[in-house]
Every structure is written in C-alpha cells, then in structure tokens.
Design a protein around this ligand. Structure first.
Ligand code: DHB
Length: 484
C-alpha cells in the first residue's frame, strides 16, 4: 500500500471531477466518478469506492484544498452490512489533515508512517463512510493575496459538512452521525467545528465562498492534542513552564505534527524571562473567570501565584495517566518523581514532572513579540502576513505588529461557543509529555464541556508526545458506542 498520509498529491484543475461549463456541480452522484479500491486491514480485504477531488463550494479560492474525498464500503451497494452498519446506518468518519495551521489536502486512506492501516482504512473496515475534507491554511497565496488565513480553515470544514448534509440522501451513510477527527491544529479545528455548528457568526463568510445552504453541525468530536484557545495559550504555557529557563525548540516551518521534527536548544533571554513572568501572572485571572467546577462540584481556582485546586486537577491528570500505564504493565520505576504504593501511583512531584517534560516554546509561545509563530501567521489577513491576537503582545510588539480582527479571533476559539453547542460527545486526548501547548488548554476545554453536561472522554496518555491516532482500537470502540 503506497498511499496514505505520507503521499501528498497536488490537486490540479484537471483532476477536479465536478467542474462544469458553468461552475462546480455540488450535487453528488453515487454512480459517477469513482474508482474501486481494495486494502488489507488485519488480514481482511476491504473493498470500497473512492470518490475523490470533489470541490465542495461554488466559489473556491483554492481548488487544491477546497475538495473532499469520500470513501464508501462496496458492500453498501449490494445491500450488505459491514461490521455493525449498513448503507442506512453507517456513521461518517470526518478526519481532517490539518497540521500547523498549514493547508491540508483531502485525505486518502492508506497505511500510516508506521506501516499500519490509518484511521480512515480502519473506519472503512468497520463499516464507516469516510469523508475527508481538505482545508486552506496560513501559507496560501494567489495573485499577491493571502487566501488561507483565519477563519478559512473552519469555513472550509463547515462547507464540507454542508456538502455531506446537502447530499445526505444521495449516498450511503448518515450525515446526522458525522464524527470529526483531527490532531494538533487539526484537533483544534475539530473541536471548533463541534463547538460552532450552525452558528450565524460564520454565515456571511460561508456565503462568500459559495458554501451550500445546509446545516453544518456535527454529531461528535475527536480531538488529539488540540492546539486551541489560542488567545489564552500564551499565559497557560508560562503558567506551566515558567520555572524552565532552557528549551528545545522546533522551527516554525516544521511545527506541523505530520512532519519529522528537529529541535534546537537554547536558554531564555532576560526579556523572555520577564515576559514569561508577566504571562504566568495573567493566567489565574483568566482561569478563575471561567468558574470551572471539578467532579466534586467545587470551583477550580488559582491564587495569584498560580497555585490552587485547578493546578491540583492538572497534577491529578498526570497521576491518572501514570496509573493507567501502570495497570497496563508499564515499568515506571525510572520516574523518581512518582510515589508508588501497593501497585498504585499515589503522588507525583509536579515541579519535577515539569522539569522532566521540559520546555519546547519560548514566550510568547503562540503570539510572540516579533510575530514569529505559526499562529501569528494564521491570524494574518489578505494583505498582512502576520498579526497579533493578544493585547499583551500588541503592546510589547517589537515589530510594530497590528492586531487581528477581533471577530475572527473570537471565531477561531471554541471556548466562545461551547455553551451553545448541541454536540454531546467529545473525546479529547493530550499526551502526558506533549509540550506544544500546556495541558491546561485541553483540560479547560474538557472541564467546561463536562460542566455543560456533555459526555466527555478526556485523558492524557502516559509518555505520549505531540501526536494523534495512536489508540485507534479505543477510538473506534468509543465511536461505535456514541453513535449507537
Ligand atoms: C501544531 C503544533 C504547534 O506547536 C502549534 O503551535 C500549532 C500546530 C501542529 O502540529 O499542528
């Protein structure tokens, strides 16, 4: 199997299947423009129809990314079942390929970097319809204008959902059972998609790109290490890593989790240390403003030094993580910051744990004074490549940076929409040694959702770095359960 996430095909105009003399035909036709493919999953042959390179908007800015690939088990055209499902009941697995807020083309099922079937192939073998949307990203340019800055990525995912809902009765699978999946920036936009279904904030932007007139809410969210809540991620990062004055940094061009990472080591400058101290001090006010509640119903808070019940909760996630690993038989004896008694991890030295993890980013980790981050680049606009999105960095800008549109900053952060979302099922993972963002960020998302009465499956898997799709058996067990 040669295909998969490693193989990047550049989609050109001649490959688009739904271009007509008068624009793009947004009516799906199950009998046209497909190839039949086979793959082997766990020794079993999976046969499916591949409908690829379908433009999902009437007025695309970039046909290389505003397309969707749809894959349907062949059995569904013979009135058969696959696993638990048939043509009428099959859920739709909706994995994006976004990383680093870079453009992500529509995905193709195949074997992953590890040579194993990826999530999409497993989905097909389990009877899911797979619909993989492409989406624009921060580096796209056309005729001297940037065409993929925020909020392009979320508009494109919504437009792709609308395509599936609009064409629901023309293909196998249930458009009211769309489960979004993504990793890192892709996890962030997966959560954003779940948070903002049918929200009118996006309507004028969606009209502009010629999105179909249909619902864009989804059924459930899977998000791995979501790089999200960007306008509070700087302060959350320094709240966690303030004590760590050395770092192992990756170049921003390689920030995308899909790409092999190279690290350079360094030490924080006096300016950076002073910024870190400022940002750390700002986090408690934000955290306390959320009025999050723990499982016992008590408020999760932080005092002005950043200590308190919220910090205890974060520590508890790491303890829980170690206990899960211990139960699976992982040898934890090398980790002297753990206290293990009678086969149970009963305590963890938080400060030592953070030292063990180490710092990866310099302050500001997401919005920086010199506009150097991937997120600064994401918040640019048609004519300005990089912008600030926090008041602190605007004020301390060393490059006379300007502020992104307030409305667009709002539209990129799921936290602003959670109280209105109808999505009940959320599965969020953030590895216990992931330092691309502070664990506080996915934790805040998960706890807020729990407080809203949602069904949330949140965990920080032991010794797991910034990555996704590493527990596909559990992911599919969860998906099968929530669609039932
Ligand atoms: C990704 C990683 C980051 O550290 C970040 O800030 C944004 C995106 C990523 O891997 O997608």
């Amino acid at each position: 199997q040669m295909e998969g996430p490693m193989k990047k095909t550049v989609i050109t105009e001649d490959m688009i299947v739904n271009k007509t003399a008068n624009g793009y035909n947004l009516n799906f036709d199950v009998n046209k423009n497909y190839t039949t493919k086979t793959a082997t999953v766990n020794g079993k042959t999976v046969t499916y129809r591949a409908y690829e390179n379908i433009v999902y908007v009437a007025k695309p800015a970039d046909i290389a990314y505003q397309t969707i690939n749809i894959y349907i088990p062949e059995e569904y055209f013979k009135n058969k079942t696959v696993g638990k499902y048939n043509a009428r009941t099959a859920p739709i697995f909706f994995p994006n390929t976004v990383g680093g807020y870079m453009p992500g083309a529509a995905g193709i099922p195949g074997n992953g970097r590890d040579g194993q079937p990826d999530a999409s192939l497993i989905a097909l073998s389990n009877g899911y319809v797979v619909a993989s949307p492409g989406a624009r990203g921060r580096t796209l340019e056309k005729d001297g204008k940037y065409t993929g800055k925020a909020p392009a990525v979320i508009l494109d995912l919504k437009a792709a959902v609308r395509y599936l809902r609009y064409n629901d009765n023309k293909m196998p699978g249930r458009a009211d059972r769309i489960i979004s999946n993504g990793t890192s920036a892709g996890g962030g936009v997966s959560a954003l998609l779940g948070a903002t279904g049918n929200n009118t904030d996006y309507e004028p932007y969606l009209k502009e790109i010629g999105a179909l007139n249909a619902r864009d809410d989804i059924y459930a969210v899977s998000a791995y290490c979501p790089i999200t809540n960007l306008d509070n991620a700087n302060t959350a990062y320094e709240w966690m890593f303030n004590n760590i004055k050395t770092y192992k940094k990756i170049e921003i061009s390689m920030l995308d989790y899909n790409v092999e990472r190279k690290y350079t080591e360094g030490t924080l400058t006096d300016d950076e240390i002073s910024r870190s101290n400022d940002l750390k001090k700002m986090f408690p006010a934000y955290l306390n403003s959320l009025k999050l509640k723990g499982k016992n119903g008590k408020l999760l808070t932080l005092d002005k030094n950043g200590n308190g019940s919220f910090k205890e909760q974060i520590k508890q996630y790491y303890i829980d993580s170690a206990n899960v690993a211990l139960k699976k038989g992982t040898d934890l004896s090398e980790f002297e910051f753990l206290t293990i008694k009678n086969g149970k991890v009963v305590d963890l030295d938080y400060d030592k744990y953070i030292v063990y993890m180490g710092r990866q980013k310099t302050p500001g980790a997401f919005d920086n004074v010199d506009l150097s981050t991937g997120e600064n680049n994401e918040f640019g606009d048609e004519t300005t490549n990089n912008k600030h999105f926090t008041e602190y960095m605007l004020k301390h800008s060393t490059v006379n940076g300007t502020m992104a549109d307030k409305k667009i900053i709002k539209m990129m952060n799921p936290m602003n929409y959670l109280s209105n979302t109808k999505v009940k099922y959320w599965r969020i993972r953030h590895g216990a040694v992931d330092k691309d963002t502070s664990l506080a960020i996915p934790a805040i998302l998960a706890i807020k959702l729990q407080n809203l009465g949602k069904n949330v499956d949140f965990a920080s898997p032991w010794a797991t770095p910034h990555s996704g799709d590493y527990d596909l058996d559990e992911l599919f067990r969860w998906m099968d359960k929530v669609v039932a």
